[in-house]
Design a protein around this ligand. Structure first.
Ligand code: SF4
Length: 182
């Protein structure tokens, strides 16, 4: 298959699927490079893949992906906006061997994965970046003007998901941000 016939996602996956720049190459099964529509209007950024994401090789699957999609849908309805294209990625694209959300990712792994992260951002070219959790906010808030900083998606799910006050805050913040740029 020629490179010109590959989708933007395929190009990203092909470039990074064998990456061994950091120690997480030993703990992952698959590199969860990116999921969703590319380019996109909204890019969600988490910390690192959980076990289920590692097995599928895709970030933000299951409840956390559904939560973000539901928040976008509710925010669009709130402001009568059109369907919002979106994609998902993480600060580190490989499973660390444990849930890193509680302890934080080591700087060495974050720096090692920065080129992969910047490649995803370049291809996604989002209008709104949503940094979810401590790792994304700490390492990338200064990279994007007007980005949104929110709690980790898995944390919002544990706190009640779409019924929680955190979800309603997420919807409101997304609606305000999208209204500004779309
Ligand atoms: S986490 Fe990033 S830098 Fe480390 S092996 Fe995976 S893709 Fe490469």
């Amino acid at each position: 298959m020629s490179i010109s016939s590959l989708s933007p996602k395929d190009i990203l996956v092909r470039r990074w699927k064998d990456c061994a720049r950091c120690t997480y190459a030993d703990t992952r099964k698959n590199v969860a490079v990116v999921r969703g529509t590319l380019p996109c209007q909204v890019l969600f950024v988490g910390s690192s893949p959980e076990k289920s994401e590692d097995l599928r090789g895709e970030p933000f699957i299951g409840k956390i992906g559904s939560l973000c999609a539901a928040a976008l849908g509710a925010a669009s309805s709130l402001e009568d906006l059109p369907i919002i294209s979106h994609a998902f990625t993480h600060v580190c694209a490989c499973y660390p061997g444990h849930d890193a959300a509680f302890s934080g990712l080591p700087d060495t792994n974050v720096f090692a994965c920065q080129a992969r992260f910047e490649h995803v951002v370049k291809v996604a070219n989002p209008k709104v970046v949503v940094l979810m959790g401590k790792d994304a906010s700490e390492h990338y808030a200064s990279m994007f003007t007007g980005c949104l900083r929110m709690p980790d998606a898995a944390y919002i799910v544990r706190k009640g998901g779409v019924s929680s006050p955190l979800f309603h805050r997420m919807v409101r913040d997304l609606a305000n941000a999208m209204k500004e740029v779309l």
